[in-house]
Ligand binder design. Structure first.
Ligand SMILES: Nc1ncnc2c1ncn2[C@@H]1O[C@H](COP(=O)(O)OP(=O)(O)O)[C@@H](O)[C@H]1O
Ligand SMILES: [Mg+2]
Length: 210
């Protein structure tokens, strides 16, 4: 029952985009639940538009007994539990999610400022490991421009962090935005989502293999 937390100290980096697309892809394998722990409730809105179809998406901001309890309960009933966290690593929801997660994914935009901002996430993940020593964590480069590579400067900035960087980078693709409007994931929009769906599968394979 892997628990995945999507965390970061900034909004707009792709936590929800990665969370809903990984959730939809995982739900095709085994029962999956997405806990929306961000007061902005973007994942819930996505679900209301029809996103993910068979996927269960529930609000977990005001969960009775706290997010902690909600995650534990979800893990009893679902194979995969994904938690979309608010844009602060110091928020109670993020801390609780990191306390329970098997894997934390920290999306970063390919800009040195965004990469440096991930230092906060790195520190919070380190401290979560005191109570949750098995927690694995990856930075995931998101919105990489098609046909470009990370610049040397960005590679240097990434190397300054102790978190490993997922080998699978997620490219900037219009389909990540469009898929939301048609109420689904990149895996549910056919051929125009094929390349994106492939990178989502590659990321799943990378972060969930032991
Ligand atoms: N790989 C991508 N390609 C294109 N647009 C993206 C990509 N990732 C995120 N976006 C867009 O960027 C914006 C912010 O993403 P979002 O997932 O809401 O970030 P967060 O949850 O971290 O605030 C959204 O409009 C989303 O559609
Ligand atoms: Mg979000």
């Amino acid at each position: 029952m892997p628990i995945l937390a999507f965390v970061g100290n900034k909004g707009g980096v792709g936590k929800t985009t990665l969370c809903v697309n990984l959730a939809a892809a995982l739900n095709a394998r085994a029962p999956t639940i997405l806990l929306d722990a961000d007061p902005q409730a973007s994942a819930l809105q996505w679900a209301e538009l029809g996103g993910g179809r068979a996927l269960r998406v529930v609000g977990a901001v005001g969960a009775v007994g706290g997010l902690d309890e909600a995650i534990a309960a979800a893990a009893r009933d679902y194979t995969y539990v994904l938690v979309d966290c608010p844009p602060s690593v110091h928020a109670a929801q993020t801390r609780q999610a990191l306390g329970r997660a098997d894997v934390a994914l920290v999306p970063v935009l390919p800009s040195p400022f965004d990469i440096w901002a991930s230092v906060h996430a790195e520190a919070e993940i380190q401290s979560a490991r005191t109570g949750n020593p098995a927690l694995r964590a990856f930075l995931v480069v998101n919105q990489l421009e098609p046909r470009t590579r990370l610049s040397n400067l960005m590679c240097r900035a990434l190397a300054e962090l102790s978190l490993p960087v997922a080998a699978t980078a997620i490219r900037r693709r219009v389909v990540y935005r469009d898929a939301v409007l048609v109420g689904g994931s990149v895996g549910a929009v056919g051929k125009k989502g094929a390349a994106a769906a492939e990178e989502i599968e590659a990321l799943i394979h990378e972060v969930l293999s032991p």
